[in-house]
Design a protein. Structure first.
Length: 228
């Protein structure tokens, strides 16, 4: 793996995982030393992060990890709906039915709510599904547009990762999308994708709202309710 790719992947994983939080400064010299690469590949990696929107220019000389709150997530999903619904529709018209039938069976066999390793396996399955969609669509313009969306999406998924009920529902939703593509039903594939994205957004926004409520407020509200 090229040094620039290694640096890029390392920074993406840290941004997606939250160890590089929104607002964290991304200094070329510091990050190059930390990741053990020279400044040229680090410069290339940072340029890709800028293109993906994962980092932004705070001032002329300062780059920071881009913000990621409810407003950003709503905007992300506006674009995601347009792109992924189109991709699902095209995949149903152009894809290999056998490939998506096998993916549907894999989704139905998945149990991401069982534990951390199972959840990781499930997200790996989603990556395989995304790759199959890209291959079926065979449209570089569309797949290149989806790449930064997926990079941001991993940050959003982390917010709902511990929601076992949502993970279980997501399995069924992905299975339905894969089945619709396998059956060459573009309308069902697009509609199932729309429903999945609507529910995913609702779950992520609910997780943000829940995290924003201080524990003392929750206790106070519960006490008030008990006294009424």
């Amino acid at each position: 793996m090229r040094a620039s790719e290694r640096a890029y992947q390392g920074l993406v994983e840290e941004i997606q995982g939250g160890s590089l939080a929104p607002g964290a400064v991304i200094g070329e010299v510091e990050q190059a030393a930390r990741l053990g690469v020279s400044r040229t590949p680090m410069r290339e990696a940072i340029a890709r992060l800028l293109a993906d929107g994962l980092v932004q220019q705070q001032s002329a000389r300062v780059l920071v990890v881009s913000g990621f709150d409810a407003v950003h997530i709503r905007r992300l999903f506006e674009v995601r709906r347009a792109l992924e619904e189109s991709a699902a529709r095209l995949a149903a018209q152009r894809g290999d039915s056998a490939v998506f039938s096998a993916l549907a069976a894999d989704f139905l066999a998945a149990h991401p709510e069982s534990g951390a390793s199972e959840t990781d396996d499930y997200y790996a399955l989603i990556s395989r599904f995304d790759a199959a969609i890209d291959e079926a669509v065979a449209n570089d313009y569309l797949t290149h547009a989806l790449r930064p969306i997926r990079a941001h999406l991993a940050r959003a998924r982390r917010l709902a990762r511990d929601n076992a009920e949502r993970l279980h529902a997501s399995v069924r939703e992905h299975a339905l999308i894969a089945q619709a593509i396998a059956q060459r039903d573009p309308d069902l594939a697009a509609h199932a994708t729309h429903v999945h994205l609507h529910r995913a957004l609702a779950a992520i926004l609910a997780a943000i709202d829940e995290a924003a409520v201080p524990p003392s407020t929750e206790r106070h509200t519960a006490t008030e309710g008990a006294s009424r």
